[in-house]
Ligand binder design. Structure first.
Ligand SMILES: [Zn+2]
Length: 291
């Protein structure tokens, strides 16, 4: 079973205030060494998984009788009005010159030697250490995990967000939680100011993207739901666009059950390119145990 976002992409209505940020930086142009600017929260029991680690064969799917149109039966938040993903209509976006470049700390050299990569039955997920954070927001938002959404093929239908109706073959989400107020992403996901997710649309290009090999070369080990593998640490920022100053931002929701409306979305304007041979294994990953 593959990840299909079709049907969950909502037309942009009056519910969302979409802002467009471009290029305001107060850091100059030199080499910058950033650190997460707020003290660490008290050490509490830690759970970096924001998506419920549903048992294999779980209660919702992207197709069929448990598909998106039926999610609200078991997950009432999925029927609320500020649901993500959306189609970003640039005709109705408001330019916000006060928005700053997105600045990241701890991404280049995560302070752990290895990551956990897993297939949880809904997506392929890489757990991230809380020492990684977004350093340019008014609160500290620490990283929890990143994961992928994709479609049945390399057509531009696998991404969740679209811009002027144009999707992409896949989309990566880097999930952060408000670590000043909440002990982990699982707690934060229920709160209005709980999560910030970076969204990156992934296109097919001519060249291999070496940064993504850090993950994609291990996909065979998590080809089936329930599998997990430990992979060497790497520069996570290399997965992101080089231009972090142009993005769309709005308040929305988790794109999967329980659909809590707790996500401040940052969707980068610049898309990242992977080769066809790299995207292939991603869309071939199985999200059920007995496919
Ligand atoms: Zn996602």
């Amino acid at each position: 079973m593959k990840m299909l976002a079709a049907g969950r992409v909502l037309a942009l209505g009056g519910v969302f205030l979409l802002l467009w940020g471009a290029g305001q930086s107060d850091q100059g142009t030199g080499v910058i060494s950033l650190s997460c600017p707020f003290p660490k929260p008290p050490q509490l029991p830690k759970s970096d998984s924001f998506q419920p680690r549903a048992p294999v064969g779980s209660h919702w799917t992207y197709e069929g009788a448990q598909g998106p149109e039926f999610w609200k039966k078991d997950y009432p938040h999925c029927g609320q009005e500020s649901q993500s993903p959306i189609n970003i209509d640039t005709e109705v976006v408001t330019f916000a010159p006060s928005l700053k470049d997105i600045q990241l700390a701890g991404y280049r050299k995560p302070n752990i030697s290895s990551f956990s990569l897993s297939n949880n039955g809904h997506t392929v997920q890489l757990d991230l250490p809380s020492s990684m954070c977004i350093a340019s927001l008014s609160s500290r938002y620490s990283a929890a995990q990143l994961h992928f959404h994709w479609g049945n093929d390399t057509a531009r239908t696998g991404s969740e967000h679209r811009v002027n109706g144009m999707g992409a073959p896949a989309e990566m989400h880097v999930v952060h939680y408000n670590s000043e107020k909440y002990p982990n992403a699982k707690e934060a996901m229920r709160e209005e100011d709980g999560l910030v997710v970076l969204g990156i649309l992934l296109e097919v290009g001519d060249k291999n993207n070496p940064a993504y090999e850090n993950i994609l070369s291990h996909l065979e080990s998590v080809a089936f739901a329930g599998q997990q593998v430990t992979i060497p640490s790497f520069d996570v920022q290399s997965l992101l666009p080089t231009e972090l100053g142009k993005y769309f931002t709005y308040s929305g929701s988790l794109t999967t059950p329980p659909c809590y409306q707790s996500v401040h979305w940052i969707i980068f304007h610049q898309r990242v390119r992977l080769s066809l041979s790299q995207v292939g294994p991603l869309i071939s990953a199985k999200l059920c145990k007995h496919c």
